[in-house]
Design a protein around this ligand. Structure first.
Ligand SMILES: [Zn+2]
Length: 247
């Protein structure tokens, strides 16, 4: 029997000992009831955890949840789960997937990308830029790709001096209106590089040679997400608090 495949982005306890899982696949986000999944001894336990790639089958529940009938773990991302930083970033990635999925139309491309980025995070040494790559690249799939290569006002490709958050792109020195422009060129160039280059060419060797502007680039993306999607990650706020209280 050919199983379907998906990555679990959310898992919640349901009733006495079942779970409701949300997974993403090449067609979209889907929700299933997994009976007995919160019992550690249950065979349903292993394939109902967040951040797990599973093969599955289901039958349609009448008037209620679709019910998972078969499941098997394809990838449990042991490399991610063994590293606190990797786990933080992976949880932010699946949270964003779960929250922003409604804005996606091309799930086929998105799923392939998510699958690849999680595998890179799992197998390679930790690098914070994988999260940046995910966050900046999915903007394109969300239909709100930033315009890095030309002036959003006049189309000029030269003398681009800063990024206008209201317009979602660069402005040239002719169209600069001073008020809303972000001028840190190094951060802009870093994000532009991660946005435009294919994932295959962003190896760990390449990432290690890039300048360290992680915090600034993250703030840039927070601002962009908030402006275009009204999205603030709950998990990232919690993680920031945890990091503050550690110091
Ligand atoms: Zn211009």
């Amino acid at each position: 029997m050919q199983l379907r495949e998906g990555i679990i982005v959310k898992s919640q306890k349901y009733q006495e000992n079942s779970k409701i899982i949300t997974l993403v696949n090449t067609e979209g986000l889907e929700t299933f009831l997994v009976r007995g999944a919160s019992l550690h001894k249950s065979r349903n336990f292993s394939y109902s955890q967040e951040l797990t790639k599973i093969g599955y089958d289901f039958h349609s529940g009448r008037n209620s949840f679709n019910i998972l009938t078969t499941g098997k773990v394809i990838e449990s991302y042991g490399g991610i789960k063994a590293d606190f930083n990797k786990l933080n970033d992976a949880l932010l990635i699946i949270e964003a997937t779960n929250q922003l999925g409604i804005h996606l139309s091309d799930f086929s491309t998105f799923y392939q990308f998510l699958d690849e980025i999680l595998l890179l995070l799992d197998l390679n040494l930790y690098h914070p830029y994988y999260l940046l790559i995910f966050r900046v690249k999915i903007l394109y799939l969300l239909g709100i790709g930033p315009v890095f290569s030309k002036c959003v006002e006049c189309g000029n490709r030269d003398n681009l001096i800063g990024f206008d958050f209201l317009k979602g792109g660069m402005k040239c020195n002719e169209c600069d209106n001073k008020n809303t422009i972000y001028y840190n060129q190094e951060v802009i160039q870093l994000l532009r590089f991660l946005y435009l280059n294919k994932l295959e060419s962003l190896s760990t060797e390449v990432l290690e040679k890039l300048p360290n502007h992680y915090l600034e680039a993250s703030k840039f993306l927070d601002r962009y997400y908030e402006h275009f999607l009204g999205y603030q990650s709950r998990a990232s706020k919690i993680i920031k608090k945890m990091k503050l209280s550690e110091n």
